[in-house]
Write a protein that binds this ligand. Sequence first.
Ligand code: UD1
Length: 421
Amino acid sequence: MDKLIITGGTRLDGELRISGAKNAALPILAATLLSHAPVSIGNVPHLHDITTTMELLGRMGVGLTVDEKMNIQVDTSTINSFVAPYELVRTMRASILVLGPLLARFGEAHVSLPGGCAIGSRPVDIHLSGLAQMGAEITLDGGFIHAKVKRLKGCRLMLEQITVTGTENLLMAAVLAEGTTIMENAAKEPEVTDLAHFLNKMGAKITGIGTDVLTIEGVEKLGETTVHYDILPDRIETGTYLCAAAITGGRVKLKDTRPDLLDAVLAKLVEAGAEITTGDDWIELDMHGKSPKAVSVRTLPYPAFPTDMQAQFCAMNAIAEGVGIVTETVFENRFMHVNELQRMGADIRLESNTAICTGVKKLTGAPVMATDLRASASLVIAALVAEGDTVVDRIYHIDRGYDHIEEKLAQLGATIRRVPK
Ligand code: UD1
């Protein structure tokens, strides 16, 4: 397994281009299963989760070609299997996103149950009960979800809890259902919105996009002609590089991004002492050489502060001035980074779903272990200011969701290298 070795102490300074959003690319690639004509997807990030999704589609017989700019062409005319096998679902829970489109278009899907994961039990009950309400016959057998239906029927869905991939799965199912589906308490994350725009571009009839009530008028067929769609920029990658620059007291200009998707994060960075300037598609952060001030955050669904930025703010609070209280309300067990940060000298106390971070003067480099995607990012951020070398092991977690992280950080002046094993 590759490792990252980071020597802390350099103030970051420079410009970067932000990649397409992983969490939009995954459902959009799954949604290509709904299209009759070939589809072309642009601004796809270069990530392991994308490779896994391509492998998943490829195993179903779907034709895929990728050009050097990561434009992916998908042709579903050769599909011959409706199975998402365990070995792929195990490495990427988002594989569950093929369930809705397969069932809607082919009337059949067999998807391995994702099971537990590092950040909590993460059930899929809302996905399944929504599909059942639309008329699907669902059985669980041998660790698989088996779903069958002649044609899904539109209905009123009231989601018990806000779920991002749940909303996406049900949205992809409803676009080909007979009649109208009204989905209440839908997730409003920008990645859900991006998926909805893509589906409409293929001929779906979705209204209420960007709100928590989605109305979907089912159509017979999607993707009669070839469409091209560019994935929106990754707001979490954006936020991560802003934190990386902020923790070092540095400056960064991020291009090809969307500041309007990061209101809650930018407000907290300003509270931490950053000067933030924005244009339509760029954000500049400047700490003017100062260390951050501790900030308190509470994770909630969009547009509030995202759970996917929580770990990075814990790292920033670890060396900030004062005490920051970080409350996690979306996932039950998302503080695995805290133990590792403590090993670098952080003073963080956990009380159920709250991390009380008291800033210390310095962190010290140590061997640390990446445990999940965003936890790993927080360790890399902490390492940028730690004294000496930090060796981050198990970085396959980082490669799942960060496009060329070591090259991008090196571009900003960080001392970072990948050691293959
Ligand atoms: C997505 C994102 C992930 C992000 C999360 C929350 C993708 C590929 N991943 O994950 O990066 O951290 O949203 O913004 O887009 N829940 C249920 N039953 C269900 C579904 C969810 O109880 O059927 C619960 C979960 O356990 C969790 C909460 O709902 O406590 C929110 O999870 P959800 O929004 O579904 O997360 P994901 O879609 O898996």
